[in-house]
Design a protein around this ligand. Structure first.
Ligand code: COA
Length: 169
C-alpha cells in the first residue's frame, strides 16, 4: 500500500533519481541533503520501499512555499501528485499556514494543469527566474489560500511576544 511519510536517508538516492528524470536542470544531491537537515517539510510517497514521488516545502510564519514536487515518470497520472498536495495542505493547516506559494516554468504545461486542477491560481510572474543550459526562463507564480483559522504554537508565541514587547515599551 502506498503511503506518504517523512524522508529517510535511505530514500534519498531514489528521490535524486526521480529528480534527474523529471527536471531539465535538476537540483544537486547536496541540495536534497541540505533539505533533510534543515527545517524543511520533506516527504516521500513510498510503496514497498520504492519511492514514487516526493515534495519539499518551507514554511514561514503564515506562508508556505512549495519548493519541489515530482512523481516518478512511470507513475504519473495515478493520483500520486494530488496525494502529495493533500499532504502539503494537511501539514500547512497543522502549522497555521494561510497561503501556499510556488513557482513553475512557464513552459511546464503538465505542472501548470496539475496545479490549476488542484485550485492554485496564477498570481504573477518572475522574469528570468530559471536558469537553463542555454539561457533563462520566466516563472509563473501560483498560490492557494487555505481556509484554516487555527494558529500554531509558534504563531501564538510570536503574537504573545509582540504584545509583550509592545507593553514593555
Ligand atoms: C506535475 C506532476 C507532479 C503531477 O503528478 P501526477 O501524479 O502525474 O498528478 P496526478 O495524477 O495527481 O494528477 C492530478 C490532476 O492534475 C492534472 N494533470 C496532471 N498531469 C497532467 C498532464 N500531463 N496534462 C494535463 N493535466 C494534468 C489532471 O487534472 C490530473 O487529473 P486526471 O488525471 O484525473 O485528469 C508530475 O507530472 C511531475 O512529476 N512532473 C515533473 C516534475 C514537475 O514538473 N514538477 C513541478 C515543478 S513546478
Amino acid at each position: 500500500m502506498r503511503k506518504i511519510e517523512k524522508i529517510k536517508k535511505r530514500y534519498l538516492e531514489q528521490v535524486f533519481g526521480i529528480e534527474q528524470l523529471s527536471n531539465s536542470t535538476p537540483w544537486s544531491y547536496s541540495s536534497f541533503l541540505d533539505c533533510m537537515r534543515k527545517d524543511y517539510k520533506f516527504y516521500v510517497c513510498v510503496e514497498d520501499e520504492k519511492v514514487l514521488g516526493f515534495f519539499i516545502a518551507s514554511f514561514s510564519l503564515l506562508e508556505g512555499h512549495l519548493l519541489n514536487i515530482s512523481v516518478a515518470p512511470n507513475m504519473k497520472r495515478k493520483g500520486i501528485g494530488n496525494d502529495l498536495l493533500d499532504k502539503v495542505e494537511k501539514i500547512s493547516n497543522q502549522f497555521g499556514i494561510k497561503e501556499i506559494f510556488l513557482e513553475v516554468r512557464e513552459s511546464n504545461n503538465e505542472a501548470i494543469s496539475f496545479y490549476k486542477n488542484y485550485g492554485f491560481l496564477e498570481i504573477g510572474l518572475r522574469k528570468n527566474y530559471y536558469k537553463l543550459y542555454d539561457g533563462r526562463e520566466d516563472a509563473l507564480i501560483f498560490s492557494k489560500k487555505l481556509k484554516n483559522n487555527s494558529l500554531s504554537l509558534k504563531q501564538i508565541f510570536y503574537i504573545l511576544g509582540n504584545i509583550l514587547r509592545f507593553r514593555i515599551r
